[in-house]
Design a binder for this molecule. Structure first.
Ligand code: AMP
Ligand code: ZN
Length: 142
């Protein structure tokens, strides 16, 4: 994918501060970090969306994310917690269409936050939750 910046990083045609890479995945520093220590983990093969990602690659990607998250508190001066974030699709905030998992340190008083509008106040009835759970379960062929 010539027009994909993350493919160009994988190919070594664009610079990146690489944490690690193997046959399936690569981890490198985000150029616009939420906080110091913000890492992106990507599959090395071009995949735009979660639906296109092999489950084994996804499992490997998350394994790497866990390992990075485990050491981050020792690696940066401000890390009291960790967020992982994956934007799948434009409506979810995805800007680079090569799948990536953000792993970044959080600390009290940092400038990051998820905005929950005051209109998100609906507490559904149990049967509504059960219905959606059942719909998802059946869609998963479980
Ligand atoms: P998203 O909104 O989840 O698609 O996030 C894309 C992320 O990629 C942003 O956090 C950007 O700062 C980051 N990014 C874009 N270009 C580069 C690059 N060349 N090297 C490292 N990170 C990048
Ligand atoms: Zn790509």
């Amino acid at each position: 994918m010539d027009d994909c910046i993350f493919c160009r990083i994988v190919e070594g045609k664009l610079p990146a501060s690489v944490v690690c890479r193997d046959d399936l995945c690569m981890a490198f520093m985000d150029i616009h970090p939420v906080n110091a220590g913000h890492v992106l983990i990507i599959p090395t093969d071009h995949v735009a969306f979660l639906a296109d990602l092999e489950e084994d690659t996804g499992a490997h990607l998350f394994r790497l994310a866990q390992r990075i998250a485990a050491v981050l508190p020792k690696c940066v001066s401000q890390c009291e917690g960790i967020n992982m974030f994956l934007a799948d699709g434009e409506a979810a905030g995805q800007e680079v269409f090569h799948l990536h998992l953000h792993v970044f340190p959080r600390y009290r008083g940092d400038q990051f936050g998820f905005l929950w509008s005051s209109s998100i106040s609906h507490i559904p009835e149990r049967n509504e939750l059960d219905n959606v759970a059942g719909t998802i379960r059946r869609a998963m062929d479980l």
